[in-house]
Design a protein around this ligand. Structure first.
Ligand code: ADP
Ligand code: AMP
Length: 217
């Protein structure tokens, strides 16, 4: 039995934080198109160079590129299920994902909509930093590292802030979200796949809400 879950929500909703927790102990694989695009940039591929400015500005990368990334991962990864984090972000991406999974004899089993107030998103994004080595997600006030400058999980000192985590870019990212991604809420509601959770709650509480959804699938 496979289980494929989409985490849907605006930038800063907590998708990455929760995806990492859902993966632990379940063998599920987290597929974050944002992480894949940042990796492409870090390794200096042509595609990475092509998307760098688009990402910095907070606009969406083309459907063709992100669908290609997801297709490649799905074709080459053997897993009991996937947690899609930051994908799909457009209706075209949602349709493509449905077709790709269909071709594998699988489907989207549930879509978790993480509901967070816009004002909280600004707070979360402006305080976010991540470990460049293991990907653990931190926040200046709500989740700082125990020892300043050192990752709690892997001990790395490579803690990074994203170039697109600034006020200008966030404004564009939110506009992109409401214009192009939020229609997916209605799309998955109509399919009977939507499960809203209160993303304003504490991280552990949000995780517990997600557990409840997973058990219900
Ligand atoms: P997304 O992947 O949706 O963009 P992240 O998981 O990176 O969001 O979280 C954005 C920021 O908010 C991070 O700094 C993270 O530590 C913090 N955060 C995540 N979930 C919560 C929560 N439930 N309450 C408070 N802060 C949170
Ligand atoms: P994220 O890490 O999910 O916040 O994504 C960072 C940036 O990567 C976004 O602002 C977009 O520029 C790009 N991106 C990530 N996922 C997608 C996607 N599914 N479709 C289009 N652009 C994406």
């Amino acid at each position: 039995m496979t289980v494929n879950i989409i985490l849907l929500g605006p930038p800063g909703a907590g998708k990455g934080t929760q995806a990492r927790r859902m993966v632990e102990g379940r063998g599920l694989v987290q597929l974050s198109t944002g992480d894949m695009l940042r990796e492409a940039q870090a390794s200096g591929t042509e595609m990475g160079k092509l998307v760098a400015q688009v990402m910095k500005d907070g606009k969406l990368v083309t459907d063709e590129i992100v669908i290609g990334l997801i297709r490649e991962k799905l074709e080459n990864t053997d897993a009991p299920g996937f947690i899609f984090d930051g994908f799909p972000r457009t209706l075209a991406q949602a349709d493509a994902l449905g077709s790709l999974l269909d071709g594998m004899g699988q489907k989207v089993d549930g879509v978790i909509e993480m509901q967070v107030d816009d004002a909280a998103l600004v707070e979360r994004i402006s305080g976010r930093y991540t470990c460049g080595n293991c990907g653990e997600v931190y926040h200046d006030t709500t989740k700082p590292t125990k020892v300043e400058g050192v990752c709690d999980v892997c001990g790395s000192t490579d803690l990074r802030r994203r170039p697109d985590d600034n006020a200008d870019s966030l404004k564009t990212r939110l506009l992109e979200y409401y214009k192009k991604t939020s229609p997916l809420i209605g799309y998955y509601y109509a399919k009977g796949d939507l499960h809203p959770v209160d993303g304003m709650a504490e991280v552990d509480d949000v995780e517990a809400q997600m557990e409840t959804v997973l058990k219900s699938l």
